[in-house]
Ligand binder design. Structure first.
Ligand code: COA
Length: 311
């Protein structure tokens, strides 16, 4: 990958609703239990509530503060979401206004893969002259979930994660990117206007492991690295067993994977930035490390990127 102008992430932040919904809470109204959910998914609890713009603004404000940047220094807000506040306008516009940003604003919808897609798009904008961008992954899946039905409701949660990316001369931190989709599989995970989220869990599980392993392997090879040179894996948090199976097939020890699904469930576009920020705030991700982010989701879409942290 050749680029004269790259990017470095200089700020990050998250926002999650205050309300915690535990597996035991769910078992009071649904035919399920903590042992089943924990064993089959790794989820113990999730956060529920808020709006996509509200959580996005809160996470974006935290990322700007961490980067030491004013809203008027941001050239564009790129929001990855699959649960916009409205059909039109894009929710990035509401976030732009809420934060007082003067630059552009647009949404990216690649379902749970959205944040990695958005990060890739951001690096493209930096390469053609943007100086600073705010990239947010935010979803409120609880708003499109049928809480009377157990197949989806045990999996989902709400949240947001945001990063500020700034242009640098030279390649920056992005070593490689890989994005893909197979639209013939769009029936596996969908939500019609005014409807609820539907997923074919078993089929997604099977396909997810394969596409994530292929995409991650390609991104690592494109970065000129071998798998053992990957220091940290930040995967989409859909199911702990999917993360485990992907790690095994990639030859990555599970200890290298960042896992926050126990606390947040599947937060779609927010899941990778929530895990990324967790790794940063706990000191697991430090300058000089090679970090692989990889995800899959509705579409079906998938994407991976390798960053050399700190540029
Ligand atoms: N609580 C308790 N029991 C449940 C249950 C629940 N929430 N859901 C299903 N069961 C039961 C089933 O009735 C079945 O019982 P049986 O063996 O007596 O027939 C048993 O548990 C196994 O069900 P199954 O559907 O085969 O479970 P699974 O191991 O495939 O796990 C998912 C279901 C949804 C957790 C799993 O398929 C998954 O995570 N898929 C991927 C979903 C995903 O990644 N979505 C996001 C994409 S971005």
């Amino acid at each position: 990958m050749k680029t004269q102008r790259g990017g470095v992430i200089t700020g990050w932040g998250i926002a999650v609703p205050d309300k915690i919904l535990t597996n035991d809470d769910l078992s009071k109204t649904l035919d399920t239990n903590d042992a089943w959910i924990t064993e089959r998914t790794g989820i113990k609890e999730r956060r529920i509530g808020g709006t996509t713009s509200g959580l996005g603004i809160e996470a974006g404000r935290a990322a700007l503060a961490k980067a030491g940047r004013r809203p008027d220094e941001i050239d564009a807000v790129i929001l990855a979401t699959t649960t916009p506040d409205q059909i039109v306008p894009g929710t990035a516009a509401t976030i732009q206004d809420g934060l007082g940003i003067t630059g552009g604003a647009f949404d990216v919808n690649a379902a749970c893969t959205g944040f990695v897609y958005a990060l890739t798009v951001a690096h493209g904008l930096l390469a053609i002259g943007a100086e600073r961008l705010l990239v947010i992954g935010c979803d409120t899946l609880s708003n499109i979930t049928d809480w009377n039905e157990r197949s989806v409701s045990i999996l989902v949660g709400d949240g947001a994660g945001a990063v500020v990316i700034e242009a640098v001369d030279g390649p920056g931190q992005l070593l490689s990117w890989n994005i893909g989709a197979d639209g013939s599989l769009r029936h596996l995970l969908k939500c019609d206007h005014g409807g609820f989220l539907y997923m074919d869990g078993k089929e997604i599980f099977r396909k997810a492991v394969r596409v994530v392993v292929d995409s991650a392997s390609q991104a690592v090879a494109e970065a000129g690295l071998t798998m053992d040179q990957v220091d940290l894996l930040v995967p989409h948090q859909a199911n702990l067993r999917i993360i485990d199976a992907a790690c095994q097939r990639l030859g990555l020890p599970m200890e290298k994977a960042v896992v926050v699904i126990d606390r947040y469930g599947n937060t779609s576009s927010a899941s990778i930035p929530l895990a990324l920020v967790d790794a940063l705030d706990t000191g697991r991700l430090t300058p000089g490390m090679n970090v692989l982010m990889t995800g899959f989701g509705g579409g079906m879409t998938w994407a991976s990127t390798v960053l050399h942290w700190g540029g």
